[in-house]
Design a protein around this ligand. Sequence first.
Ligand code: NAP
Length: 461
Amino acid sequence: MPNNLGTPERPLRVAIIGSGPSGFYAADSLYKSDLTISVSMFERLPTPYGLVRFGVAPDHSKIKNVIKVYEKTAAHDQFFYYGNVEIGVDLTVHQLRKYFDALVFANGAETDRKLGIHGSELKGNHTATEFVAWYNGHPDFQENVFDLSCETAVIIGQGNVALDVARILTKTIDELKETDITQNALDVLSKSKVKTVHVVGRRGPAQAAFTPVELREFGELANCDPIVRKEDMELSYPSQIELEDPKNAPKKKNCSILEDFAQREEPKKNKRFVLHFKKSPAAIYGIDDENKVGKIYLEKNVLVGEPNHQKSKGTGEKEELKCGIIFRSIGYRGVPITGLPFQEQAGIIPNTEGRVSDSEQIYPGLYTVGWIKRGPSGIIGTNKPDSEETIKHLLDDLKELNPCKNPDNKMLEELLKENNVRYVNFEEWKKIDDEEIKRGQPKGKPREKFVHVKDMLDFLD
Ligand code: NAP
């Protein structure tokens, strides 16, 4: 007998795991259908919005205005938020299925890709994701220590995250103090001795992953000059062909900005943002056998392959770069959730257009959106069509969904209480939000974030 899910008598019950952009776009997409739908969103931390809160750079505050869109979604009368609930730990996937007809995994990419080169274990070798999470107040990273007492930092990778890290290291405190960066990060940065930040890409200027708006900012910093070698801007024929392809228009813009940087006069400001192209990290060493980063060897590369498919190939020639701190910024990576399939190599939940499926089976009632669906690529807006695709399939599957046994949030909340899980609802999050804004006001900051879960819960209780 066909089910009556999505009717006023029996609303479709969807759990979304993760409260970043892809999760909110999935909720919004569900509410846009003509069906009656109840959405419960689960988040490991008390605070919502994922990388909008913990990834977007503090000095890019306009990007965070997207939160207003998510707040509208959260205002729906059939929206329920459960912050401070970790799926796989506080509630298993199996348990969730008893309360919801469909589960949508929007849990993003929580860790980072590895380089696996000699010296990776040395002190002072960090991931960009940790540094970003630290200065953005992510509770898991507040005990991390970044020693900025050296003059030279190296960032491996040339994506927008690498540029975010480089900007935070090269901006003046005046340029940062009225952002929502944490007070602790501001204090550490105000004592920073870092003067030169090298940003190393394994391919050429025409292939760099960063985008023009983010790159252009380095030409306008108060106390930092951008440095690009003129020779690096002599592009090979395949790279020139790539730039003529209309789909590579942003890369062409990158190159014209880089050209401008390369033509600039001698740097005069105190700090330097130095771009290196066609070099891969080969090994990291400590100085005098100390257990701390002292230098990195970079291997020079050539590009091989057809236009738009050019890869880097090592030449064997190496150069040494002295440095006191290294940030690896080569992409985020998803982590598995117990009870769900995981594609190890790509770091994603295997799926077909958002329906969780592997080579052996489709998992009915399980869906995925965002970075854990497609890998860590694209800007916030990329998640909207991505989530819409998944939700369309979920709604197409409506008649085949297996109605859950306990279609009742009260029962779910009782279970959470029995398990001593102190969940945070959306009204409570709004109290935290208001308090953060209030704490930021005397400093001229948009907010001063709570950086420990305990402090948030103590404040609420
Ligand atoms: P990304 O854009 O994928 O860049 C990763 C970088 O790491 C690339 O330069 C890549 O080089 C390099 N890389 C990968 N593996 C490497 C290896 N084994 N050795 C050396 N280099 C390696 O990643 P991301 O910077 O983490 O950004 C993730 C996504 O978030 C992107 O879509 C980005 O645009 C977005 N984002 C946007 C903003 C913004 O809009 N302001 C800010 C932050 C992040 P290859 O190109 O050669 O692979």
